[in-house]
Design a protein around this ligand. Structure first.
Ligand code: NAP
Length: 304
């Protein structure tokens, strides 16, 4: 069993920032990531709201952050953590076939895309249903697509797709958007964008690939068949926290309950999108990473 001061689960912005602060505090750490380092932001086309960075692609940002982490001597462990248990004096963490013992644990597992729940959604995922406009948008150049959702992701996706698709339907279950007003105003200006409000997608389907979406107006019950080649689902995220249910308190949405001090339980800290918080942005994920790592460093020093 390999012993470290801190185990950080998740190498998104929160986890990698935590790694930078923990390493610079002189701690030995294990940083785990099962997918691509960077987390959800890897799939974001352009970031425009991170201080001092101007415009940067999500992938480039993620790779720059990883480079910064690795330059400090941290080797990313590309394995899925399957178990985390409290033991005397710390935590046993299982990743693949390996076991680690850490004095403190930082949960930075983020969130993953929520499914729509429409009939045919699973069957047509990868054949017309997508959860990432930046990854898959180019396949729909010159075609008709629908974006489902009313938040910032849906608005950003619709804007991105409007630049390459013939037609973009923005389908939202209410009449008001929670997305930033500026993006909604930009979408209203686009001649190829049509808002389909107070509506939900009940079904998607087609032959080999997707060709239609069945949309129901929730106010009058009327049903419309839209001819679309792609449906981009942007209806929010679900936190990836089920592994930690026995160690920390989760709220009804599955988020790890913790305040701005990022303390979730004795020796357990939580950073980024999987924490209960109001603003989930890159900059707040980075801030959490720093706060959690410094709190963990203090905790470890207190133990030593
Ligand atoms: P979100 O803000 O949670 O919005 C999800 C949207 O999907 C809401 O409009 C919601 O409708 C709708 N929705 C949820 N479940 C649905 C269902 N089953 N069927 C139909 N519609 C459903 O999620 P998000 O847009 O992915 O954003 C997540 C976080 O990332 C937010 O904090 C957001 O601000 C942030 N973000 C920021 C940026 C940026 O700053 N540039 C970009 C992207 C995301 P209701 O409105 O009716 O609840």
């Amino acid at each position: 069993m390999k012993e470290v001061d801190i185990a950080i689960v998740g190498a998104g912005t929160a986890g990698m920032t935590a790694a930078i602060y923990a390493k610079r505090s002189g701690l030995e750490l294990a940083l785990f990531e099962e997918y691509m380092p960077g987390g959800q932001i890897v799939n974001t086309g352009e970031i425009e709201n991170y201080p001092a960075l101007g415009k940067i692609g999500g992938f480039d940002y993620s790779m720059a952050l990883l480079k910064q982490v690795e330059a400090l001597g941290v080797k990313l462990i590309r394995k899925s953590v399957s178990k985390a248990e409290r033991k005397e004096g710390g935590f046993a963490v299982t990743a693949g076939k390996d076991e680690y013992f850490a004095k403190a644990l930082i949960i930075a597992t983020g969130a993953k895309n929520r499914a729509l729940g429409a009939t045919g959604e699973k069957e047509f995922t990868g054949r017309g249903v997508s959860y990432c406009a930046t990854c898959d948008g180019a396949f729909y150049r010159g075609k008709k697509v629908a974006v489902v959702g009313g938040g910032n992701t849906a608005a950003a996706d619709a804007l991105e797709l409007s630049r390459m698709c013939e037609k973009v339907y923005l389908i939202h279950r209410r009449g008001e958007f929670r997305a930033q007003a500026a993006d909604i105003a930009k979408l209203r200006e686009k001649p190829n964008v049509e808002f389909v409000l107070n509506s939900v997608v009940d079904e998607v389907g087609g032959e080999d690939s997707l060709s239609y979406a069945v949309v129901r107006n929730v106010e009058d019950g009327s049903v419309t068949w839209l001819d679309v080649d792609g449906v981009f689902v942007a209806v929010g995220q679900t936190p990836t926290t089920s592994l930690f249910g026995g160690l920390v308190k989760l709220d009804e949405g599955g988020y790890v309950v913790a305040g701005e001090d990022c303390v979730a339980a004795d020796g357990i800290f939580v950073a980024g999108d999987c924490r209960t918080k109001k603003v989930r942005q890159l900059v707040t994920a980075a801030a959490d990473g720093a706060v959690a790592a410094l709190a963990a460093a203090e905790y470890v020093a207190g133990k030593g």
